[in-house]
Design a binder for this molecule. Structure first.
Ligand SMILES: [Zn+2]
Length: 156
């Protein structure tokens, strides 16, 4: 099996049997992410305790690339600190732009299977949806205690 085939297999597997596509009742960070150009619409949920991502999930729908990418991202970041997750996000974004080194890409484990997306501009937004949503989530902070939406009324 050549690398391209292997990458396709990884992507298919995460799309068809995502490990993290489910509700997460005790999440303390949730954020909706949309990619209108493709119709991808996900909600990312994380449980962060003392800056460590102890659990995570996503719900919603979208194309294979968006779903698989989000699932692979969660595989990578669960168990890591927010800082480490942000660093991996930078590497992933670098890979998508074709700027990451081979060594950096290795750190992305299965998410490295999306490296060819760099040559498919139409799919880039699908591939980065989960990552972009996670980054935004860290920037906006914890869910509003009133309505669980980090972007609502500023009550935290
Ligand atoms: Zn998509």
């Amino acid at each position: 099996m050549d690398t391209k085939e292997l990458y396709r297999e990884i992507l298919n597997e995460h799309n068809l049997n995502p490990s993290h596509k489910k509700d997460l009742a005790d999440a303390n960070l949730s954020l909706n992410g949309v990619n209108p150009s493709c119709g991808d619409n996900i909600t990312l949920n994380l449980k962060v305790v003392d800056d460590v991502i102890v659990d995570g999930s996503f719900t919603g729908s979208g194309c294979a690339v968006s779903q698989a990418s989000c699932d692979m991202m969660l595989d990578l970041v669960i168990g890591k600190t927010k800082e480490e997750a942000k660093r991996l996000d930078q590497i992933f974004m670098g890979m998508i732009k074709g700027e990451a080194t081979e060594q950096q890409i290795e750190e992305l484990d299965e998410a490295a299977s999306l490296c060819d997306i760099a040559h498919m501009p139409a799919r880039v937004k699908c591939a980065v949806l989960g990552w972009r949503t996670m980054k935004e989530m860290f920037e906006t902070g914890e869910n509003c205690a009133v309505c669980s939406n980090p972007n609502c009324c500023g009550t935290k």
